[in-house]
Design a protein around this ligand. Sequence first.
Ligand code: FAD
Length: 517
Amino acid sequence: MVRNIQIRISLKEEGQPGGLKAKTAKYLGISEDDFEFKVQRKSIDARKPTIYFNYKLEVYINEPAPKETTYHFDYKDVSQAKPIHIIGFGPAGMWAALRCLELGYKPIVLERGKDVRERRRDLKAINQDHVVNSDSNYCFGEGGAGTYSDGKLYTRSLKRGDVRRVFESLVFHGATEEILIDAHPHIGTNKLPKIVENIRETIIKCGGEVHFNTKVTDFNLRDNTINSIVINNEKELETQRVILATGHSARDIFELLHKKNIALKAKSFAMGVRVEHPQHIIDSIQYHCNGERNELLPAAAYSLVQQVKNRGVYSFCMCPGGFIVPAATANGEVVVNGMSPSKRNNLYANSGIVVEINVDEDLPTYEKYGVLKGLEYQKTLERLAFTAGGRSQVAPAQRLTDFVEGKTSQDLNPTSYQPGLNSAPLHSLFPKLIGGRLRKGFAQFGKKMKGYYTEEANIVGVESRTSSPITIPRNEKLEHHEIKGLFPCGEGGGYAGGIVSAAMDGERCAEAAVVGL
Ligand code: FAD
């Protein structure tokens, strides 16, 4: 007999060998010898001083639990199949390509960046030499913006696709099964590159193509249909169906579409700073301990939100035990983001803290840029951060308390941000729209999480690439409503906000692109 049950065990019980099994036996009123179980879900409840683990279990009474689950995907040989061109090999492009394999179409992926190994050198150059390669960086290259990240797999877009399928395909390509169980799964930047490589291998093994150093620089239309794309300004490729999955940082693509009078829409987005605390402070607050968290507990995370003058101020992409990284895609700008290794064992906790920007109301002086106004606003703040940091990848920073109190910091706290920090009066440099709200928001956060508002935290500018400031409109067939054969996809299209939602959108776009081909 198989039973599904929920069990709650304390941290102390969790620490005892066989603790979960003993508790389950007690709950079921049977002997430990009479059953086996599989964990379906695991979460931590740390709201009160006694911390609990909540488990959902599948219990096999008087029968053995299945030993192994295999995850099967019907990837076909597509070497002779009709092609689908996919621009960009981030999560949206990768899962669009995988779905093409299942549907029996040949994905031809064109990616401006380098493969994951080569890409590492360019990341080193950003961190150490302050040189940004505009085609290979933390946003561009194999795996897209999701490769050197925390690999958080949390999504709110549950209705937009099959989250479980995406998770299972990650496991199929090398992620651990824990991601199927954890309530807040993540993979970690040390493990993501191998998974991305495995996905590439699947595509190539099935007869698909993945081309690196291949930037789409133009495309040609006939009768409002996309019929060819130009790569690296030289080679033209005939196309019938094009999935455009270039991400939120491909500004040249937005500018190209705009130049060609292809409809785009300005979209609200968010901007702010990254805040960095010593991890032990966040652990102390979340786990009610004195800095030394129990070894069974992961580095603590948090999620904060506050309304300030009709705009949301909220935490974004929180990275426990992580690093702040330089995520600029061109020289002359400073952009920060966060990533973590799988063990989340670095000494710092960082998170974006951002303010909602309502594109219809908040940018009156940018109206002259039309649909590109949000993008131009992002650029302005990124250049400002570049100047305030000292014209390199050194980022402008301030102690959190100084920022809120409006004082320049005499010195800064140690940081995980490799290129280094420069003390700058961010309280006066930021436009009021963002700066004023952030300052109020942080003060409120300090009341919600006692100890969060501390001079031991730095804020680092600017967190500007939280989401796309532009939508590329598409109809119910997921095709651009003016251009036939063009399928805007993923975060750059305005249809995703993270790894999993981008992957699910990739799958949907592949399904839409093959219709009638
Ligand atoms: P992208 O991942 O941006 O991929 C677009 C790809 O298109 C890139 O590889 C780019 O090189 C390529 N491209 C662009 N222009 C062209 C062109 N003209 N020709 C050819 N190729 C082109 N999300 C999470 O869910 N969890 C996290 O933990 C997380 N952490 C992050 C950490 C960092 C440092 C960053 C930068 C982002 C993080 N994100 C995270 C966000 C997440 O990575 C993105 O939401 C996701 O990658 C979007 O997927 P995408 O495929 O739509 O676009």
